[in-house]
Design a protein around this ligand. Sequence first.
Ligand code: XMP
Length: 522
Amino acid sequence: MRYRYDLTPAEYDFVNAYLIEKGVPIDRTVTFDDMPLEDDYSEIESRASIYKIPRAFEVELAPGVKLGIPIILANMECVAGGDEMRGAAPGARAITAIQQLGGLGIPPQTLDLKMRLDMLEKISRTDCAYINNPLTIHPNQTLREAKRKMRESIRSLIVVDMESHPVGVLSHRDWKYETDDTKLVKQLMGGRKKLYTAPKNISFEEAGKILRKHRIEKLPLINKKGRLAGLLTAHGLFYKQHYPRAISDGRGRFLTVGSVGVGKENFEKHHLHQVEAQVEMGICLLLIDTARAFSINMKRALETVRKHFPDLPIMAGNTCSPRGAKFLFEHGADIVKVGIGPGNACTTRRIGIGVPSLSAVVRCAAIAKMDRSGRRKIVADGGFSSPAHIFKAIGVGADAIMSGRLFIGTYESAAEPEPIELKNHDFVEGEIAIKKYTGMASLQAQRERVKRGGQDYINEAEGRMVYVPVTCSMKDKVDSLLRRMASAMSYRGMWNIKEIQEKFQFDKPQSSAGLIEGTKKK
Ligand code: XMP
């Protein structure tokens, strides 16, 4: 064996056989645009029919972590981060937006722990059906005090007496038009006929019936002594009607994913507390993220987290080799993130490291498939600029893809929009908004981290910053990707993600003239 974690002859054979099965060349490396797809006999009468099936794009990344669409927002600060001025809100907004649509978002591990925890708290509270500790107010307090307690996304309070028995709800409707902030809560919540409550352990189904019957929006839950013990909201409870693919836990809370870097020093001493704090917040999955995951630092991190949290699903990355994938799985990762240098803001290939995406993904996927339990998963990270790329990555064995480039130009991405004036432009004149797409290893991103004390010194840049126009909402972007993926699926007679993974096969690589024929129309 040439390498410490080299594949065994049986593993080599398995990888090669898998590549042949998928129609991917074994004697050279290729990326998505190298490989065209023929059409296939299809019994799907209309492309739109696939898009309309809520579960057509569903994938299970780990036990209890089911995504409605196989898309993860890149854990980059410009996409899902926060900053000193705006706090955790921009990242929480981006992550909430993708999760409403069935995808997943992860707070970047480069943010300080408090910011990440704030973000996780915001995400798990947003649009949640069940609220554990609802905000409360007493009847004799003033509207001014009530307003102080409310936050951007919380516009109503449960009114309780001195013994915490619920006596009413101060809703947005009650105070929206009130100009006198000295009015007492009990004066404003007046006019309410009856307060409906329910026992703490009521099922979502039963609670839904009460909310529908009485046309109310909030249902305070009480314990045996009649004290406030939680709250169910109509908005959260009927969420699936508006967002059929949204991913949530059994209590209607958005799933949250934690993140941690590997650091250079003793992981247990310096970094484990970050994992503990995020586990405490109820994360369903942990991302251990570093540019060089095939490393001793990652080995230490994986082994330490596994020792302390044997059941916590772990995603680890990035690597671009099957040996790296084998290493990560063997040391405790459940999901391996694949991709070095394909991203729009990446420049790592300039130092010579990185493999064209399609080959990297299919080889790592082969390693995952060698384990027959089906628990080992692959996330293809970076290099996606069209729905075709997503379709092909899933086809060769990725369970989900991660992208920043596709989403940075949405209103909801975390980067601050900047107006620019276009003059004498061929197509557009006037003001448009742009956002900075900043690679995590770019000079710009490193400078920010040094400034706030998250990094000691600036390394040679392995990323760049590009400007991207802001053009649409996250929903428009995701809808467009899914509709076009559904179209590709209809050409190949595939109804869902599982069928893409099982039936997919390329023909032969195309020539560069073939690529130009298909893309650069004259
Ligand atoms: P896209 O294609 O969406 O890729 O732009 C996003 C992924 O790129 C990685 N990333 C970087 N890679 N230098 C790199 O070599 C960087 O500065 C950098 N920043 C992000 C990361 O894996 C992300 O998910």
